[in-house]
Design a protein around this ligand. Structure first.
Ligand SMILES: C[S@@+](CC[C@H](N)C(=O)[O-])C[C@H]1O[C@@H](n2cnc3c(N)ncnc32)[C@H](O)[C@@H]1O
Length: 488
């Protein structure tokens, strides 16, 4: 008998992971390809966020007493020998059975994950379809990745549909999507918040690969899916680990580079991406360009690879070509950010401010309210010492996205040239933008720290401590302040 496809099951049960129920994400088409080989295996699945409808984010669903989860039913039908564990703010315990266990908890509370951890269960698939707030996604990943079996999949759905109120309160400067995009580009997780950076980077050696899929759902909307594949023990030889090793050497000699080239995985377009990046670091610009072009040929629509091509052009000093190249790639909002803003940043790093301004003006013509573009333009003018102009650009960026700490920090930095205390007064105005006031206190603590007003910094950090999510951060911050004070 022919088995039902995952999408058919999803549509029959009415989860939005399928093709019929609004907003028709269609993720099941991808899942079907990834999970077919597991179908008749006795696997364990963990899903965060189980609701019946997609309208009850942020805990309003707590009001429901008896909830039924369509996605749990979907996994159980698709994997008939599976066991599903579910986690949600709402109570789904009435659905518990031999093949389904439920845990009630809040994705934003670090201690609520302890119950899942205490189950001592390993999962083949973990799906985060909870609040979709970046910080919740990050906390969940840092707590739950160790529970994923070797070779397992960690999936984060709806990376773009971030609930504004929780987002603005987040104590990090990156979204989850950006964090993984940076991971793909750099091979490690860059600064986000002190907690996240350390915890995520611990997992580096265990990540086989990450796919970030821009999902234009069948409803015409934009979203993004992150699929992370955990390494299968040591037998899975990963080129990235190898390249990181080479990169850590003081100088890359002929021998090593040859060794690296022969060991590269030819079928993976990202091998050439990394090889090109390595050559770029080694200042072999001809080779860097050659490899970036091979990567682009293998994977013509990959925006990360396009951004690398632009980076090489900038390193070669072909600034006009790089601007034209970036413009030719900027066809939608995602490419505007991945290629456009990235190359503008690269121009800034290379201190080519005029080219950066030229590119940023083009970007802002496409999308005039792109706060990060406005911020980068402010940075260019700041570097050119046009402080008044840069201050007004920073102000504009803040008005669009008031919770972005780096914008406030930039504003405060520049306003020091004009009037020191302005920055703190200015930042105080934004208290109301924070639903969760701990985010505000974190921002103020960092601002006071910036101005070396250490006692106020500590006081603000203490306020932030009321939020359990911040406790760890506050501890680390306090040590940082004490150290800075002792150096005075
Ligand atoms: C998009 S729905 C899940 C849909 C379901 N997985 C499906 O495919 O049919 C999101 C769920 O996340 C839950 N949720 C929202 N915020 C949460 C939080 N902070 N902690 C735990 N669960 C949360 C909501 O109660 C809701 O049940």
């Amino acid at each position: 008998m022919k088995k039902d496809s995952l999408t058919n099951i999803a549509d029959e049960i009415k989860t939005d992971k399928g093709a019929l129920r609004w907003p028709h994400h269609g993720y099941t088409f991808t899942y079907e390809m990834l999970f077919q080989h597991l179908r008749d295996k006795p696997i364990s699945v963990l899903e965060l966020g189980l609701a019946k409808t997609s309208q009850d984010y942020r805990g309003r669903s707590e009001l429901r007493t008896k909830a039924v989860s369509p996605s749990v039913e979907m996994w159980q039908r698709y994997f008939p020998k599976s066991h599903v564990t579910g986690f949600d703010l709402s109570d789904f315990s009435s659905q518990e059975s031999e093949r389904f266990s439920f845990i009630k908890g809040d994705l934003g509370k670090a201690s609520d994950y302890d119950v899942i951890i205490s189950l001592n269960r390993k999962f083949e698939i973990i799906v985060d379809d909870g609040s979709h707030a970046s910080f919740h996604q990050m906390l969940a990943f840092s707590k739950l990745f160790p529970l994923l079996n070797d070779g397992g999949f960690y999936i984060i759905e709806d990376l773009i549909s971030q609930p504004k109120t929780i987002e603005e309160a987040k104590p990090t400067s990156h979204t989850m999507a950006l964090l993984f995009r940076e991971f793909l580009r750099l091979g490690y997780f860059p600064e986000t918040s002190p907690i996240i950076q350390e915890e995520f980077n611990q997992f580096l050696g265990q990540i086989n690969n990450v796919l970030l899929i821009p999902y234009h759902n069948l409803n015409g909307g934009n979203d993004q899916l992150c699929i992370l594949h955990k390494k299968e023990g040591t037998r899975f030889h990963h080129y990235r680990t190898k390249i990181r090793f080479f990169r850590s050497l003081p100088a890359l000699n002929e021998m090593q580079s040859l060794e690296l080239q022969t060991s590269i995985d030819a079928e993976n377009p990202y091998s050439y991406y990394w090889l090109s990046l390595l050559m770029l670091e080694n200042k072999d610009l001809e080779k860097a360009w050659e490899y970036a072009c091979v990567a682009a040929q293998n994977s013509p629509y990959d925006l990360e690879i396009a951004a690398l091509q632009g980076k090489v052009l900038i390193a070669q000093g072909r600034n006009n070509n790089a601007v034209d190249f970036a413009i030719s790639k900027m066809t939608n909002e995602v490419s505007l950010e991945v290629v456009g803003l990235q190359l503008a940043q690269d121009f800034i790093t290379a201190q080519s401010f005029d080219s950066a301004i030229l590119l940023l003006e083009k970007i802002l013509k496409f999308k005039s309210d792109l706060s990060h573009g406005i911020f980068l333009l402010g940075k260019c003018y700041e570097s050119k010492k046009s402080f008044e102009k840069s201050l007004s650009l920073y102000m504009k960026a803040i008005e669009i996205l008031p919770s972005k700490l780096i914008y406030l920090k930039a504003y405060s930095r520049v306003s020091r040239f004009l009037n020191n205390k302005d920055a703190i007064l200015f930042a105080e105005q934004f208290k109301d933008y924070y639903d969760n006031k701990s985010g505000y206190h974190v921002m103020m603590a960092m601002l006071y720290f910036h101005f070396k007003e250490f006692d106020f910094a500590l006081q603000e950090a203490e306020f932030a401590k009321n939020d359990p999510v911040q406790i760890e951060w506050v501890e680390k911050f306090r040590n940082k302040v004490i150290k800075a004070k002792s150096l005075l």
